[in-house]
Design a protein around this ligand. Structure first.
Ligand SMILES: Nc1ncnc2c1ncn2[C@@H]1O[C@H](COP(=O)(O)OP(=O)(O)OP(=O)(O)O)[C@@H](O)[C@H]1O
Ligand SMILES: [Mg+2]
Length: 126
């Protein structure tokens, strides 16, 4: 999963929105770790479940890593600068994006994560 994150990272130019959907433990955070590392960030990457957003700015492109799992209302995210994150030209990666579809712009790439026979599979929607 981290290798896939690396691979996707190499094709990013900035301005992309990646909506990660799929159940608990399906590999979304592991994928995001690979993506952030693949963009050249050297430090640790942790799940933003409690913080709502983690920003990584030392790589090739800024990354905003979000998790909508504990988000109560769309306004919370707007309050921490969602529109600015989308406008900045970095990479926005949102776990559990399907919990708030109204927040996700139509141009977002949707990646579906699944556990199959103990392994992890990812499929791009559309
Ligand atoms: N091939 C694999 N890729 C990714 N994770 C794997 C794989 N095989 C086993 N795992 C395990 O599955 C778990 C994936 O957890 P991860 O935090 O990435 O999931 P998540 O989709 O972010 O879950 P959550 O919805 O709780 O945020 C990890 O504990 C990891 O060790
Ligand atoms: Mg996660």
């Amino acid at each position: 999963m981290e290798a896939l994150g690396h691979e996707i990272a190499s094709g990013l130019a900035g301005g992309e929105i990646l909506a990660l959907v799929g159940g608990l433990g399906a590999g979304k955070t592991r994928f995001a770790k690979g993506l952030v590392a693949g963009l050249g960030h050297a430090g640790e990457v942790t799940s933003p479940t409690f913080a709502l957003v983690h920003e990584y700015r030392e790589g090739r492109l800024p990354v905003f890593h979000l998790d909508f799992y504990r988000l109560q209302a769309a306004e919370e995210l707007v309050g921490i600068g969602w529109d600015e994150m989308l406008a900045e030209g970095g990479v926005v990666v949102a776990e559990w994006a399907d919990r708030f579809p109204e927040l996700v712009p139509a141009e977002a790439r949707v990646l579906e994560f699944k556990v199959v026979d103990g392994g992890r599979v990812v499929r791009e929607r559309g």
